[in-house]
Design a protein around this ligand. Structure first.
Ligand code: MN
Length: 474
């Protein structure tokens, strides 16, 4: 996993193309992957509908959405290949590059007069300032969905960055779903003393910072330092004007505020990654004290349940799972969270010549690696784990349910999986590897020798209208 160890210590001479948001959009445009909508597309369902139709094909820009002066952008990273491109590596090095960045963070660099503070609004009305769309049919209303929530422990100065769905509940008030990870730990410490947690919400960052925000790292790691590692240079940050939180200096829009101690208000429903709605319940509340932005900013939205939403969660998790599993099992080669499995619930793991029984150990470790992992399929190296059809083929031809199936009842799963009972449900492992004692040739996959090396342009052409005459058949 130390593919990039030779680079550590020396910085890249060229920043990867994903280190600059406007540069990335130019890059997409220059390769026919940026769509410009006609002005005035509706914020309610209009933006999400167009973005979903273009999902995985083109990013989209919406000028004057619903008549609002700030344009909306969406679909910046809706393919794995685009993520690799943004990082400047081949797609098969995507996970290794992310894992390397997590292990070798680069401290940020503080700057003054940042672009993100070119315009300052201390009279906060989020509904007027932000063109926040309403995405799915039963969403409560407009949500901020691509806001990086940056929090800071007052005692150590260590920051955390994560994305949470943020319901616009009032002119200066947000409802937030904060699942039990680092932001909640920071907040719980403050709330126990009756104090609010200072935070900032950053909308419109470069693709590398966006990916870094989703890195799975320990609580004392600032994800902005992983952004630095991915760009090969310290990320420029700026101090907020009303608190000590440091935010990416080149961000489009920053909301400064506080997560309120002792306050919970209704939030939801909201269309989530499993393609179902997260329910309405009492949740955390953020008070926004100040909004700053660039002159002529852009507003990034991630459509709930779209590929950008799914893959931003999947790829950093895969990097973490691959690293964890390899630490225990040297036979693990690759992992994949499939789109059909909501990019969270179905993990495929590729193994190279596991020892007898080892495939089952890998299954058990993978099922325990994260509560979201529900079904694990292990396959051999002749099966591409990134191709769900190949994984299904391995299950169809190498798996026997009475012999190769593991079921664990009553385990902790995802609360957003509607088939569980409040997040508790069964987990399943399928061993679709070839048994070590299988007879020679029994599981050899058919192939045509030389097929992949053929130069088809030299060998065939589209059939012309007189194709029958050419072959002498009337
Ligand atoms: Mn964290």
């Amino acid at each position: 996993m130390d593919t990039f160890a030779s680079e550590s210590g020396s910085s890249n001479t060229h920043a990867p193309v994903g280190g600059n948001l406007r540069g990335w959009l130019d890059h997409l445009r220059n390769s026919d992957r940026l769509a410009l909508a006609r002005p005035g597309i509706a914020l309610r369902f209009g933006v999400a509908g167009v973005a979903n139709r273009l999902d995985g094909t083109r990013a989209s820009v919406f000028p004057a959405p619903g008549g609002h002066p700030v344009p909306v952008i969406s679909g910046l990273l809706s393919r794995r290949a685009w993520m690799a491109e943004a990082m400047g590596v081949p797609e098969d090095e995507l996970l290794a590059r992310l894992d390397h960045a997590c292990r070798h963070p680069v401290r940020w660099r503080e700057v003054t007069e940042p672009a993100c503070q070119q315009v300052i609004h201390d009279d906060v009305d989020l509904r007027k300032l932000l063109p926040a769309p309403t995405h799915n049919e039963h969403d409560f209303g407009a949500y901020i969905t691509a806001g990086l929530l940056v929090s800071r422990r007052p005692d150590t100065g260590i920051q955390n960055v994560s994305i949470h769905r943020l319901q616009i509940s009032g002119p200066d008030r947000l409802g937030a779903l904060i699942l039990p990870r680092h932001t909640l730990a920071f907040f719980a410490e403050r709330e126990a003393r009756g104090a609010d947690l200072d935070i900032a919400i950053v909308v419109g960052v470069d693709p590398l910072t966006l990916m870094a925000s989703q890195a799975v790292v320990p609580i004392d790691h600032d994800e902005l330092e992983i952004a630095g590692a991915l760009r090969g240079a310290p990320l420029p940050v700026a101090r907020c004007l009303t608190n000590e939180v440091r935010v990416p200096a080149d961000a489009e829009i920053v909301l400064e505020g506080r997560m309120l101690a002792g306050v919970r208000e209704e939030e939801g429903p909201f269309g989530e990654f499993p393609q179902y709605y997260g329910e309405r319940a009492l949740r955390h509340v953020i008070q926004v004290d100040l909004v700053t932005h660039r002159t002529a900013p852009m507003y990034h939205t991630i459509v709930g349940g779209g590929l950008e939403h799914l893959l931003l969660g999947a790829v950093p998790r895969e990097a973490s799972f691959l690293s964890q599993l390899r630490a225990s099992f040297s036979c693990v080669r690759d992992v994949h969270l499939s789109v059909g499995g909501t990019c969270r619930y179905h993990l495929a793991v590729q193994l190279e010549q596991p020892k007898p029984g080892e495939a089952r150990n890998v299954i058990m470790a993978a099922l325990g690696a994260h509560y979201d992992i529900k079904h694990v399929t292990v396959v051999d190296t002749d099966v591409d784990v990134h191709d769900p059809t190949q994984v299904e083929w391995a299950v169809a031809t190498r798996f026997q349910a009475d012999r190769d199936l593991i079921v664990v009842p009553g385990a902790q799963g995802s609360k957003l999986d509607p088939s569980t009972v409040d997040g508790v449900g069964a987990k399943m492992g399928m061993d679709a590897t070839v048994p070590a004692d299988a007879a020679e040739g029994r599981f050899t996959r058919i192939r045509v020798p030389g097929q992949d090396e053929l130069d088809l342009e030299q060998l065939v052409a589209p059939a012309p209208s007189d194709w029958r005459d050419r072959i002498g058949t009337a």
